[in-house]
Structures are given as C-alpha cells and as structure tokens.
Ligand binder design. Structure first.
Ligand code: PLP
Length: 392
C-alpha cells in the first residue's frame, strides 16, 4: 500500500484491514442468481455493514442493482440515505426509470415517538413490530400516507406481531390507518441448520399469517436471511434479506462455503525475540517459550476485535506458513511463535496474516468460540482500511 492510501490518522496503525467490494458484489449476485425467478435480493447493511463500512458497501451494491437495504436503527437509515445521495451515481447503462428510483431503506427496529418524524423526513421505511409502533407511525402519517413493512413473529420471540396482534389487525385494519403496507416479513431462527424442524414450522406459520392478513394486500413477502436462501425456493418469497453471506460468512454450518472472501486482516510486527533461555510470554505467564523459539509481537489486540478468547488458540500465517498465537491476547498486542518462518520475513514492520484466504473469518470465529458475525462487527476503527474493487 502506498503512503498516500493511508489516512493520516492511521499513520503507524497496528494492522491493515482490506475490504474487497468486488467480492461483496459478486456474493450479492451469487445469492440473487440462486433465487426463484420473481424474487429480488436486498442487502442488510446494519451495524456499519457488519463492521465493513456502510457507505462504500451500500454504494457498491446500489451500483450493482440492489434497491432495498435494511438497517437496524433510524440513525443508520439516515446515514445510509445521505451516503446514497452523495455517492451513488448510477451506471450509465441503467435505464432512466431505475436510475432515478430511490433506494428503499427499511429500519428493522421500527419507530418510536422521538424518531418517527425524522424517519418520515428521510423517507425511511420502518418495520413495524407491534401495535404500539403501528400507532406511532399511523399518527405520523396523519398528513400523508406513509410506507411501512410489518414484521410477524413466527418463532423467534424477539421482534414482530404475535398471533393475537395479527388477529387484531385483521379484525380492525383501522389500526394501520394512513399506513401503506409495502411488505410482510418474518425472520428464521435456525436457517443455518437445514434439517432443523423449526424452519418448516416457521414457514407454515408465515403462510398462515399471510392468509390472515390477506386483506392488507401486501405487495411483497419476505422470510429469508442469508442462510434462509439456501433452504430452497419455498423460502424465497418476493424479497430476501442477506447480510452475513454478502460479507463472506458461510451461510450453512455443514456445507462448504460458496461465498467469496471479503476481508483480509494483517497485523504489523513491532518487535521479535529469540529465546535463549526458557521464559514466559505475556500476562499471567500462561505460555512458556523454550530455548531456540522465536516470538513476534504484533500490534493487534482485543481492542481491535481480536478477542481475548483467542488466547493460545488462534492460528495465523506468514506467507503460506501457519503460525500459532501464544500467550494471552492483550488490549493492543498479541504474541506469535514464528520459529518456522525465515527470520528475514518477520522483521519489525513485516506483517502477519490474521484473516485471509488461508484462515477465514469463520475459522477465527471458531477458534474464539463465536460466530463470523461477531468477528466482523468487532473489528473496530483502529486499522488502516483499504477498499478494493471497481467501486472503491
Ligand atoms: C440481521 C438480519 C438479517 C440478515 O441476517 P444474515 O444472517 O446476516 O443474513 C435479516 N433479517 C433480519 C430481521 C435481521 O435482523
């Protein structure tokens, strides 16, 4: 990376995080290509696009043809609206009709009394999860009709109208007065386990709620997240909502991962030690380095999302050579046994590959006892970031 590509505040950064926007676009197209013919593919970009940068990610996906985006919070929706207005010049080959259409931005957590008016101003589409939110949005729509999605709970017991509330809406559509229902959605609890019985049960409950709410004439239905897409066409309905798979996380627990890897993380070596007499390494003296080992200290730690739970369990690579993280992960530093690597490759300023093609986000997550989602959303702001791809 040339110095001009590093932002001044990242001079001396302990790591380089590279995000491949072309890979994200390729993943979106791969998912879209798996859908039944009439189904559309949206994109979930909540939590700063799973930590990878909402603005560049959403602009790249918009340029690729994505028109529906999902965030969790109203703030995220407003930031996304601004990012797409700034940077989403549509490619010339698009027809005028699609080029001028504005992105649909859906906010999973819905509105409350303090956020509803600003959401309407930013032309955000809330997902309404219960009758209280429906009332707030209905009041906000007093002057002009407003769009909304409805979330019905089919087995998560997290967000969404329960059966009694859905019955209430069916009996009294006036509780949605002023609201234009754009879609009805639900969310799967076990989609990454294709053989889990709850998948089909949720799909059947979804069908039955759709029937109950047929009088609302929702133009679209949506059930599947990333993993749900791989449960097959019965789960695709009109629009799917992938997040993790766009960012390279494996959508199914057991099958090989069909997604392209998006993230590359390199940690910078600050110092190396040749062990002449056996001694301990790091806090708690949990690791003992024997005579003749070589240890590199790398400027990445748990404050950078390199979890403390990785202490003594994580692998990394120098070039093609696997190396072991030893001792405890501390806030800003880790220690790596680099005995197997030529000394000339592990001098101060050289890099150790922490996440890459040889060691994926899912691999690191497994070593930490967590999931790829948490690895990505924990990466944090201290790395020098670089975006690759046509959209960068
Ligand atoms: C986060 C989220 C998604 C995306 O899920 P992935 O597993 O990342 O594909 C879809 N729908 C809802 C309601 C979500 O909260």
């Amino acid at each position: 990376m040339s110095p001009s590509e590093v932002s001044p505040r990242h001079v001396g950064a302990g790591g380089e995080l590279t995000i491949d926007l072309d890979a994200i676009v390729a993943n979106w197209k791969l998912l879209a290509g798996r859908l039944r013919p009439d189904a559309r593919c949206g994109a979930v970009v909540k939590a700063d696009a799973y930590g990878l940068g909402m603005a560049p990610v959403a602009r790249a996906l918009w340029a690729a043809g994505c028109r529906t985006f999902f965030v969790a919070l109203p703030d995220e929706g407003m930031a996304l609206r601004a990012a797409l207005a700034d940077g989403a010049a549509p490619p010339a080959r698009e027809s005028v009709a699609t080029a001028t259409a504005e992105a649909e931005i859906c906010v999973f957590n819905g509105p409350d009394r303090s956020s509803a008016a600003v959401m309407a101003d930013a032309r955000l589409t809330p997902v309404l999860n219960h009758l209280g939110q429906a009332r707030v949005w209905s009041d906000t729509a007093a002057s002009a009709p407003l769009p909304a999605w409805l979330h019905v709970d089919t087995g998560m017991t997290r967000l969404g109208f329960d059966e009694a509330e859905a019955a209430k809406i069916a009996a009294d559509p006036a509780c949605l007065s002023g609201i234009r229902v754009e879609a009805i959605m639900s969310h799967l609890a076990c989609a990454d386990q294709p053989s889990h019985g709850l998948n089909d049960e949720q799909r059947r409950r979804f069908e039955s709620v759709l029937e109950r709410l047929a009088s609302l004439h929702p133009p679209r239905r949506s059930l599947a997240n990333s993993s749900g897409i791989f449960l097959g066409p019965d789960y695709h309905y009109d629009l799917v909502r992938p997040g993790a798979a766009l960012y390279g996380v494996a959508p199914q627990r057991t099958a090989p991962n069909p997604m392209a890897q998006v993230v590359n993380l390199k940690g910078k070596i600050l110092q190396t030690h040749v062990i002449d007499t056996p001694r301990s390494v790091g806090y708690g003296a949990t690791h003992r380095a024997e005579r003749g080992r070589r240890v590199a200290t790398v400027a990445v730690g748990y404050a950078d999302g390199y979890f403390r739970a990785l202490s003594g369990s994580a692998r990394a690579h120098v070039g093609q050579t696997p190396v072991q993280v030893i001792g405890r992960v501390s806030m800003d530093l880790i220690t790596v046994d680099v005995t197997d690597v030529p000394e000339s490759d592990v001098r101060p300023g050289d890099f150790v590959d922490l996440i890459g093609p040889l060691h994926t986000v899912d691999d690191l997550a497994r070593e930490a006892g967590t999931i790829g989602y948490e690895v990505l959303t924990s990466l944090g702001p201290r790395y020098a970031r670089r975006y690759l791809g046509a959209a960068a």
